[in-house]
Design a protein. Structure first.
Length: 288
């Protein structure tokens, strides 16, 4: 069962509607967060609400919707579903207004919470890993890359191109030849010498909530960590590569641009995923 709460009103998901004059629809003038539950409780909700606030600030969006209202809407939505774990989308747009570019024309902001049954990766996906392809592109909102905005056209087209080559996921490469992130995931590389590397936020990547936790777990384990954006060639030569996101946790990469990696899932990927699952209180993936 899918549920939506729009501006405080709960309804079945297939009855949910926003005006065609909502600026999120007209101009992508909106921000969102995606998270999941563990034990039917939203995971790291405070961190997601904090990041949503930063996204709204990047949009010069007056924050007139208190975080507590979104939290209450979320709890109402979760109480209305009868499945196990949930996928959650929090969405805020500047609201309805005339079809002009001036943000001052917007009226009341639109706030939406969507809840559906979680469909996590299969055990086979965790054990096999995913094939990725590096796609060079320019994203319309690269100047706001640290904000989670509803403009994913470049990532969608990159994913389409990756699938055209028979791969599962796209990795976004900027014009300087740096691998930034996946279409919806952060990317990590295990270099020779067992050093964990991931691009820093200031090169234009999303400050992922799971990314932060994995970096914390790596440092707690004594694993050396560097913040540096790799090139595609460095990925081809890596010991391990893995992706992180709120919905998928930690997923190993098996091939980059058709090149098989030395280890997938490698020992560091497995160790960090095990540590993450201990943190959230669920059984580990049976890697061995």
């Amino acid at each position: 069962m899918r549920v939506a709460v729009i501006n405080g009103r709960c309804m079945p998901g297939d009855e949910a509607k926003l005006s065609v004059f909502d600026r999120g629809f007209l101009f992508g003038d909106s921000a969102f967060e995606t998270l999941r539950t563990y034990g039917r409780e939203p995971f790291e909700l405070a961190a997601h609400l904090e990041r949503l606030g930063r996204s709204l600030e990047a949009l010069a969006f007056p924050i007139t919707v208190p975080a507590e209202a979104l939290r209450e809407d979320l709890l109402v939505a979760l109480a209305a579903v009868d499945h196990g774990e949930s996928w959650i989308r929090l969405y805020l747009s500047r609201g309805e207004g005339p079809p002009g570019l001036d943000p001052a024309d917007a009226q009341q902001p639109s706030r939406v919470v969507l809840v559906d049954a979680l469909r996590p990766p299969s055990v086979e996906t965790y054990l096999r890993g995913v094939r990725v392809r590096c796609i060079q592109t320019v994203r319309a909102a690269d100047a706001l890359a640290s904000a989670k905005l509803t403009n994913y056209i470049a990532s969608m087209l990159a994913t389409r191109e990756a699938r055209r080559h028979g791969d599962d996921e796209a990795l976004i490469v900027n014009l300087a030849g740096q691998v930034l992130e996946g279409a919806t995931q952060n990317v990590f590389v295990v270099r020779r010498g067992k050093v964990l590397a991931t691009p820093p936020v200031d090169v234009g990547v999303l400050d992922g909530v799971t990314r932060r936790i994995v970096l914390e777990l790596a440092r707690e384990s004594g694993l050396p960590v560097v913040l540096a954006a790799p090139t595609p060639a460095e990925l081809h030569d890596a010991e391990e590569v893995f992706l992180t996101s709120s919905l998928r946790e930690v997923v190993a990469v098996s091939h980059v641009d058709g090149v098989p990696l030395r280890s997938s899932p490698g020992p560091i990927t497995r160790s960090l995923h095990d540590a993450f699952r201990r943190r959230v209180g669920i059984p580990p993936v049976p890697y061995s």
